[in-house]
Design a protein around this ligand. Sequence first.
Ligand SMILES: Cc1cc2nc3c(=O)[nH]c(=O)nc-3n(C[C@H](O)[C@H](O)[C@H](O)COP(=O)(O)O)c2cc1C
Ligand code: SF4
Ligand code: FES
Length: 624
Amino acid sequence: MALDLSPQTQQAISRVRGRYPNAQAALIPVLHLIQDELGHLSDEALGIAAHLLELPLAHVFGVVTFYTMFHRTPPARHRLQVCSNIGCVVRAGFDAMEHLHKKLGIRVGQATTDGLFSLDEDDDMIGCNHGATVVDGPTRYRDLGPEKLDQLIDELRQRPSVEMRPDYGFPAIDVLSAFRPTPGEKVVTKNVGVPEIQKLATYQSRGGWQAFRKALGMQRPALIDEVKASNLRGRGGAGFSTGMKWSFLPKDAKQVYLVCNADESEPGTFKDRLLMVGDPHLLIEGIATSAYVLGCTHAYLFLRGELASEAKIVQAAIDEVYAAGLLGKTQSSAAGPYTLDITLHRGAGAYICGEETSLLNSLEGKRGWPRLKPPFPAVRGLFGQPTIVNNVETLMNIPDIVLRGGPAFAKLGVGKSGGTRTLSVSGHVNRPGVFELPMGITFRQLIDDYCGGMAGGRKLKGVIPGGSSMPVLDASELDVPIEFDALMTDARIKDVEVKPGVPFDMGGGKRLKTMAGSGGIVIFDETTDVVSFCATIMRFYAHESCGQCTPCREGTAWLARVCSRLAEGEGRPGDVDLLANIANGIAGNTICPLGEAAAWPMLAFLTKFRADFEAKLLARKAAS
Ligand SMILES: Cc1cc2nc3c(=O)[nH]c(=O)nc-3n(C[C@H](O)[C@H](O)[C@H](O)COP(=O)(O)O)c2cc1C
Ligand code: SF4
Ligand code: FES
């Protein structure tokens, strides 16, 4: 059967196979290669994958059907990819995906029966300010309002098919155009914008790989102490102390894995993508240095599948580092001879794979289903071995900590949050983009001093402080520092409520305010239809629920349904309380935090903007 594939693809498959300790783990990269060649994954193609990797066909089928980037049928004539960046959705004032669903009668992942159109969700992720964006093959259509979008569809009906890129990614976009340089100390963006920085020689001419060399001369416990003293907290969402996490690894572990989480899919978040493209060698040095500290000899970089162009840039940088002998060759170190491999692994389209245990299952060639914790990955993770999962930005801070020293890094920040903070800002501001800023500036400073104020001089209505799963803030809560602890505890932030006057209980009576999350900030103004905006967010989580837990699978679908009908003026009496009850029933009752990722924003929108939800019902009553 393997004869059906070109020799190049067969060679690529055997190279890929060699990067993993077992055949199953190579499944997703192998499926990408087969699909790139054959265009889609037919029954026969699944058979080829199963045969080559000696896996049960049923397993291959189960994996292929879990991930949105794998296609079982030939592409429609126009495979429309709709950008779902929520900052741009709020700016455009309408949800292009919902609009297309109504116009074409299909949802994400479906095709029209005439084979003319299919719909995929994707994300430019640069908060571009262009409003609705739809991609058809190599062409990107921007600034689409509802009418322009209708016209486009009517035109496309008459046009022949466009050439699809084989890797199905979005057309390359100038990711760096979202970078906003600012004065002040920089750690992770210090090289962004430097000409040719994607080349190793340029990176080295700016001090690159000195931190790795310094680390190799130090004992591992001393390095972990530096990271602890740095107060570095994870930039992927939870803000957990990196040094503390690293110290959870069992001391006697024979094999340890480090996985860099580059899955960045949290709506509103687009910093990691820019950091990877803006300074790929800093990321590789960050991974290599961290891997040495942890005693890991093979690190994996799990990259969001849609980022095909970024994969090429990062892979080219990895190849250069191998050629320079910094990877794949033994180095002498204070801990003895040390050799490291780094493998870039592309995901295949599933938001849930950003959750660390789901990511590990995906890396093992399985459906991206989150695992029950404990055991935590630090004890039992990738391939059953102790594993540390860290975010891109987190790891890019490590070289600086090694060179500057932990305490000096801590001083860059405030309180128990060391370093700087990279924020991606989108929505109704004049200057959206990616900023590396001092830890602890307020939302008001961010908007006025860095983002050029509110677009059109309009009044702010609310702020999503760290990706769409973090509870929203209203206009009275702007003077709070954008810092991990402040956002959880500051008395100026109202408690999220289950109903007016009844605070949501996070367990043990703990109140929920908000959290810093992934640093994805979405700002929306007084013209925003808050209920529609919230419905867009709820539809996202309903679509991304992996379906393992009933409260999440059913609850997120109900949140999406009820919130959407309210948004469309079809709400029923009791819907506002119903939403709160469903959300309250999800939170705390699921395997992974995706349940909370939907429930918390829902409750927060109801707490802060209840009047907007009730107004939808009143409008309906008045109309009937
Ligand atoms: C639903 C869900 C999606 C997540 N997506 C991401 C992601 O895209 N990138 C990321 O770094 N962390 C993501 N996380 C957090 C990871 O589970 C994990 O905490 C993080 O990668 C740890 O790295 P850090 O300590 O450096 O932040 C997600 C968590 C959840 C619950
Ligand atoms: S909470 Fe949702 S996404 Fe997480 S495991 Fe359960 S069903 Fe899957
Ligand atoms: S429309 Fe995609 S990032 Fe703006």
